[in-house]
Ligand binder design. Structure first.
Ligand SMILES: *Cc1c(COP(=O)(O)O)cnc(C)c1O
Length: 428
């Protein structure tokens, strides 16, 4: 099967795609929410991924160890709390395409972004600009704005925003590269989303990283919508830094522990400015409580506080599923599933020109993740409300965008087909 080839759109076709899907078994690993005893069609894994069934057992282990060991759990728990961040490294490294030492599960996304910018946005009189998306997630906008002010620069001068061309919805790579070149001599850092949260566009991270480096800038990405969604090779692509959250495609629970990547070329540079804390200090001397911060090598040297073990236990349960599934196989299913949704939306639009849901995500499967963003021509909010009432859980972004994200780990082709049937019935 090929995501560019047309599928037939009917229940039997959806069911036969499911029957041929080696990923079918993973759906059983998650709790699918129900309304009136019926499983919903959950298309909002881009916002909050579903609960892996094993998460209870994994957190249960930590409850038991805390109950029986108290503080001794730091050393004697089945998974000693002192070393908890080591348990995620291998899986995280595969998900973002990194070496184990380049990643660590820690903190929360926006706080981590600040910590990374402390090291990787160091404006000078000559180089003080930072490039980001004009429609970046608000938290990223606030983080960058306040970082710029913290260094005593004016956001109006220092922040260069990338906007789509008039009448277009997504960024053209050529325009991104031209902007990097234009501001090159004044550019300190590029920090954009890997996959844009609103349009679902997956940027050309290789071209952006290369162009940024050519201009003499550092390059990092917010992978909140990319980690666990698209194929990433951060090490090979020579990306300087990245951060992500674990509660979207990584299914690790609301506000769950996040993660960072620091390329190995920076991981041993102890001269980099950073905001330290005891967990980032070298493990051998962490408890000696001595003066003088000695960072651990690699990404672990950016840790600040002791690990949020309960959240990290959930994260382990989820990452194990990714380990078993493999990102490349996952991505292949994802492309098919989203192509199937795309055909269903196209057919809907042909039949409903006045209530069209214009696909604003890229048409090229390589330039998007699993999410399709639909701009409503009219009655968008009403269509959205009716979908949710009918058990098709999608999300709404003001003023007129419905986002649908079929997630390959737990959504089926039948889910997508049924979502299309509900759409036809509520809005036709
Ligand atoms: C989800 C998301 C966030 C949320 O940040 P938190 O610190 O986890 O609350 C930030 N940035 C982007 C791009 C996101 O998609």
């Amino acid at each position: 099967m090929n995501p560019k080839q047309p599928f037939e759109i009917n229940l039997a076709a959806a069911q036969s795609l499911d029957a041929a899907d080696p990923f079918r078994k993973f759906r059983e690993r998650f709790h699918i929410p129900k309304i009136h005893d019926t499983e919903v069609i959950y298309l909002t894994g881009n916002s909050l991924g579903l609960l892996p069934k094993k998460a209870r057992e994994y957190t249960g282990q930590e409850f038991a160890d805390w109950e029986h060991l108290g503080v001794e759990g730091h050393f004697k728990a089945k998974n000693p709390w002192l070393y908890y961040h080591h348990f995620h490294r291998e899986a995280l490294a595969k998900i973002v395409g990194a070496k184990k030492e380049e990643v660590v599960a820690m903190g929360s996304l926006t706080a981590n972004l600040h910590l990374l910018l402390v090291s990787f946005y160091r404006p000078t009189k000559e180089r003080f600009k930072i490039i980001m998306e004009a429609n970046a997630f608000p938290s990223d906008q606030y983080a960058v704005e306040t970082q710029v002010k913290f260094h005593g620069y004016n956001p109006e001068d220092a922040i260069v925003e990338l906007s789509p061309r008039e009448g277009e919805e997504t960024l053209r790579t050529e325009d991104i590269l031209a902007t990097i070149e234009k501001h090159g001599p004044q550019l300190a850092t590029i920090m954009i989303g890997g996959v844009n949260y609103l349009s679902g566009q997956f940027y050309d991270l290789v071209a952006i990283t290369d162009a940024g480096h050519k201009a003499g800038a550092l390059v990092g990405f917010d992978l909140a919508h990319a980690a666990g969604n698209v194929m990433l090779k951060l090490h090979e692509w020579n990306v300087d830094f990245a951060c992500w959250c674990s509660y979207k495609y990584l299914n690790s629970g609301p506000g769950g522990v996040a993660g960072i990547f620091v390329h190995e070329k920076h991981g041993h540079d102890y001269s980099l400015p950073r905001f330290g804390g005891w967990w980032g200090n070298e493990e051998a001397t962490r408890f000696e409580m001595k003066k003088g911060f000695i960072p651990q090598p690699g990404a672990a040297g950016w840790q600040v506080s002791n690990a949020p073990v309960f959240s990290m236990a959930i994260h382990r349960a989820s990452l194990e599923i990714f380990e078993e599934a493999g990102m490349d196989v996952l991505r292949r299913k994802s492309e098919l599933l989203t192509a199937f949704l795309e055909m269903i939306i196209d057919r809907y639009n042909e039949n409903n020109p006045l209530r069209a849901l214009k696909i604003v995500s890229p048409r090229d499967p390589a330039a998007r993740g699993c999410q399709l963003s639909l701009k409503a021509v009219s009655n968008g909010k009403e269509i959205f409300n009716r979908l949710n009432d009918a058990g098709v859980i999608v999300d709404w972004r003001e003023p007129n965008v419905i986002r649908m994200a079929p997630v390959p780990l737990y959504n089926s082709f039948e889910d997508v087909w049924r979502a299309g049937e509900v759409l036809n019935s509520v809005a036709g």
